[in-house]
Design a binder for this molecule. Structure first.
Ligand SMILES: [Zn+2]
Length: 177
């Protein structure tokens, strides 16, 4: 299988250990930045995003993004998993920060991969959640709204999000068990 070529925004020009200028060398079949002085090798890693799929009456909660990239495009409320955190912890935190209500996780909906986020290539882990109260836009969110499967917005940000929402709609919305 051919590797896809994606730009790594974190690729270093200088060694993270000794600050020498990095060189391109093959390591494990891939050309990577290698430090000619101390031998440090930079391995790019995919990021992880965690998203919360909250459904009510067969409709899915989406958030309109308040910032770039994809400002004003819609997405399932989500955030990057911080180093050392689990995806579950991230979902619980993002719920309070982005939609203003506490949620509980009721199951894993699925995992998708996207290479079109300029900040990081990432897997998106989508959890089904439940929660009471009226969602309201919090950090990084301009608006939150529930959408039925036949009224989804055209502008959905990110490949992995589009795949997840398409899968939700394909399963009929509302009933995913
Ligand atoms: Zn070095």
């Amino acid at each position: 299988m051919t590797r896809r070529r994606v730009v790594d925004p974190g690729r270093p020009d200088y060694c993270g250990k000794c600050a020498a200028r990095m060189q391109e060398q093959e390591r494990g079949g891939t050309v990577r930045p290698v430090c000619p002085r101390c031998g440090w090798v930079y391995y790019a890693r995919n990021a992880t995003g965690a998203a919360l799929l909250l459904e009510r009456d067969g409709r899915i909660l989406l958030a309109r993004r308040a910032h770039q990239p994809y400002k004003d495009w819609w997405a399932i409320p989500a955030g990057f998993v911080e180093y050392g955190d689990s995806a579950e912890e991230t979902v619980l935190r993002e719920a309070e920060e982005e939609i203003g209500i506490p949620v509980r996780i009721v199951g894993l909906f699925g995992v998708w991969f996207g290479a079109d986020d300029p900040r990081d290539v990432a897997h998106l882990v989508v959890y089904r959640v439940e929660g009471e109260g009226e969602p309201r836009p919090g950090d990084d969110v301009a608006e939150v709204r529930f959408f039925g499967r036949d009224e989804l917005p055209e502008r959905i940000a990110f490949e992995a999000q589009r795949q997840a929402i398409r899968e939700w709609a394909r399963r009929g919305g509302g009933v995913v068990d």
